[in-house]
Design a protein around this ligand. Structure first.
Ligand code: ZN
Length: 116
């Protein structure tokens, strides 16, 4: 099955995935280098590597979402809400290409989470 997503979106996601993959590789290389090196600025470097690690985690999470979205495109589930099965509004897809819920279900989730 094809369609249900705006033109060029798949390419955009693939480009983003490639960008994140290479960024992640750089980040990993940086962390490794700082751990290998025997510098006097070890403490500072460790602090830096924590920052780098956080960035790496963010990239990893985003990468996971992109992979999911691309997998859903392959299986034809992309653009359909995983909760209610209805089509996700195109505007929402444009604004948030990794969306796997329609706005109604997403808002319901938020409300449930916000409850004390
Ligand atoms: Zn829904």
């Amino acid at each position: 099955m094809q369609g249900n997503w705006p033109e060029g979106l798949k390419k955009r996601l693939e480009d983003k995935r490639d960008e994140l993959t290479s960024r992640l590789a750089r980040v990993t290389a940086n962390v490794r280098r700082s751990l290998d090196s025997d510098s006097e600025e070890r403490a500072k470097q460790l602090a830096d590597s924590e920052v780098v690690d956080a960035l790496g985690n963010e990239a990893r999470i985003e990468l996971g979402k992109i992979s999911d979205a691309l997998a859903r495109m392959e299986s034809g589930e992309y653009g359909l809400c995983k909760e209610c099965g209805l089509q996700i509004a195109e505007k929402r897809i444009e604004a948030y290409p990794y969306a796997d819920e329609c706005i109604d279900c997403a808002e319901l989730d938020e409300e449930i989470r916000a409850r004390p």
